[in-house]
Design a protein around this ligand. Structure first.
Ligand code: HEC
Length: 104
């Protein structure tokens, strides 16, 4: 009877593993860890009349500078200050490089 109990446990372990890995349907070009949390707002596609600035195709050094200033509070923001606090310098560098490489 043991295998009856094992199956649900295995299923939830798999579910946990895939959610930790960023989900089972993570696209190949989803970028470095964290980048997919940006694209929900900073969409890859241009959205007419959006209040959210476009960052795809921008200079990586500009994105890095914005993120550091949002994080420290040196640059005022509505949401970015809180978001930027969740990322360290290395993550910001990787995400900025990825956005810079995306089509404008
Ligand atoms: C909840 C939506 C949202 C998410 C998620 C988000 N942003 Fe933003 N972002 C904004 C808004 C809105 C602004 C305008 C400043 C503000 O009000 O916070 C902005 C501004 C920026 C700017 C400045 C662009 C400019 O020209 O002024 C950069 C760079 C940026 N975000 C990078 C990122 C990165 C990198 C991530 C992922 C780690 C991210 N954002 C996640 C909404 C979001």
């Amino acid at each position: 009877m043991r295998h009856r109990l094992l199956l649900p446990a295995l299923a939830s372990a798999l579910l946990l593993a895939s959610s930790l890995a960023g989900g089972p349907v993570r696209a190949a070009d989803a970028g470095p860890p964290g980048a997919s949390s940006c694209t929900g707002c900073h969409a890859a596609k241009r959205i007419p009349d959006s209040v959210i600035p476009r960052i795809a195709g921008r200079k990586a050094s500009d994105i890095v500078q914005f993120m550091r200033e949002y994080r420290s509070g040196a640059w005022p923001s509505s949401v970015m200050g809180r978001i930027a606090k969740g990322f360290d310098d290395q993550q910001i560098d990787a995400i900025a490089a990825w956005f810079a490489a995306q089509p404008e």
